[in-house]
Design a protein around this ligand. Structure first.
Ligand SMILES: [Fe+2]
Length: 461
């Protein structure tokens, strides 16, 4: 009898421990980490880097259609030609490409000569050495992996970068990660009508942006409109030309590109997105061309988040979400990446405000390090669709592993080290194991369809 009683007590204890484990494993998380105050502006040494006194400065690269890249830079001397010499051996340039240049005025400011040169065709996964204008220092860049449904590709993801001490931490941490392409969810320089800050931003990011393609979309800080005098996005469009023409778009404010096994939509939160608008119609056409057997991953990047439980900028993305969320859901977009809110947050699959196994993972990552500081105040209780949230500066890495799985991690800036603070394995909605059937919404969902570590998904069960 005593033995039976002991077994009964043990079972009660085990059940109690199991309950505690399940409860702790399935709860949504608001990180208790408390970020220290924002750092001051970045040092002058960082802004006026080694190329600041050269005729060629602010060099950055971007993808420009299959096997081509665009090299952009600004020259102080107007006599510099728009040419890029390049080759696969240092100091030996066996190819040369010619582009064009422009400049713009902004009240009393006149920009340097802004050059854009498309180089290629280029080999995949290859280091190229290049020189701009026939006079610059030598730069080097690595081309991304080839297109293919099983091809791994590594994205680094950042938003709302600005030019502070935290920005330089973020850039230093990004430099440590071996990425192929950088995705920038808007709010780049925080120039905010003071144009020399665009130049200092270009010099600050040059060491990274000249080595890998930086693919950007615009935020509200890029608008810089003066009604009846200066059109919106004058500086941004002149300085950060993206492959909109190459992707059939009519505007630099929205475009797409493909790399590895991913089709990436770069959308505009501050240009019309309603039914019938140029952006909406382009998006419909672009999505119709996506072949998930070739690019199983479908990712969208925009600025104002559709799902954020932060009090900051609440509702800023609501109108765009109302216009475009059904279209992206219908297309089975896997992940939407946004900036704008200066904090980090990740959702489970969600649609129309409800957890939905066929919905989209949303990531807010407007925490690059800008001068406005962090958005520390989150709504309470944490919405069911919000899996993890924290008000810290940092950056993300999206490593697409194959045609079905990708590893996402967000690194919090901690002193000089990037600290992994959130991570998850995503499965693409195009994967055979993720059929979005009614059965997958129930308790009958198999383990193979559950995102590993996704606490909110597990809590539904
Ligand atoms: Fe913003």
């Amino acid at each position: 009898m005593a033995i039976r009683w002991s077994v009964f007590v043990c079972m009660i204890l085990l059940s109690w421990l199991l309950l505690i484990f399940i409860t702790s494993a399935t709860a949504a998380t608001t990180s208790p980490y408390v970020r220290r105050p924002a750092r001051g502006p970045v040092s002058l040494g960082r802004l006026f880097g080694p190329t600041a006194v050269e005729d060629v400065q602010q060099v950055h690269a971007s993808l420009a259609g299959p096997n081509h890249m665009r090299v952009s830079w600004i020259s102080v001397n107007t006599g510099i030609p728009s040419i890029v010499e390049y080759g696969t051996a240092s100091g030996s340039y066996d190819s040369v490409a010619t582009g064009d240049s422009t400049s713009y005025t902004f009240v009393f400011y006149t920009s340097g000569q802004i050059h854009n040169v498309v180089i290629g065709p280029l080999k995949d996964n290859t280091v190229y050495y290049y020189r701009c204008g026939g006079v610059s220092l030598e730069f080097r860049l690595r081309t991304p992996p080839p297109l293919g449904p099983h091809v791994p590709v590594k994205f680094t993801v950042v938003g709302d970068l600005g030019q502070t001490g935290w920005t330089t931490s973020t850039l230093d941490h990004i430099q440590q990660s071996e990425y192929d392409v950088l995705l920038f969810a808007g709010d780049l320089s925080y120039a905010d009508y003071y144009e020399p800050l665009w130049d200092s931003f270009g010099r600050m990011v040059e060491p990274l942006a000249s080595r890998r393609p930086w693919m950007v979309t615009e935020g509200n800080h890029e608008i810089e409109e003066i009604p009846f005098f200066i059109a919106p996005f004058r500086s941004y469009n002149a300085r950060w030309l993206m492959p909109y023409a190459e992707s059939g778009s009519t505007s630099n404010l929205f475009y797409s590109f493909e790399v590895g096994s991913a089709h990436v939509l770069m959308l505009g939160s501050y240009t019309s997105y309603v039914l019938g608008s140029p952006q909406y119609e382009w998006l419909q056409d672009d999505l119709a061309k996506v072949d998930r057997s070739k690019t199983p991953w479908l990712i969208a990047v925009l600025h104002a988040p559709w799902y954020s439980s932060n009090w900051a900028h609440r509702g800023d993305g609501a109108a765009m979400m109302a216009a475009m969320e059904p279209l992206l859901k219908e297309a089975r977009v896997d992940i939407v990446i946004a900036g704008h809110v200066h904090a980090y947050e990740r959702t489970t699959r969600v649609f129309l405000g409800m957890i939905d196994p066929c919905g989209i993972h949303h990531i807010t990552i407007g925490d690059g390090g800008n001068r406005e500081g962090l958005a520390r105040s989150f709504r309470s209780p944490q919405p069911a669709w919000s899996v993890f949230r924290e008000a810290s500066f940092g950056h993300g890495n999206l490593n697409i592993l194959n045609a079905t799985h990708a590893f996402w991690c967000w690194h919090r800036n901690e002193d000089e080290e990037p600290v992994l603070a959130d991570h998850i394995y995503f499965t693409t909605l195009s994967a055979p194991s993720n059929e979005c059937s009614c059965a997958s919404e129930t308790l009958g969902k198999t383990s193979s369809t559950i995102e590993i570590g996704d606490a909110a998904t597990l809590s539904e069960m």
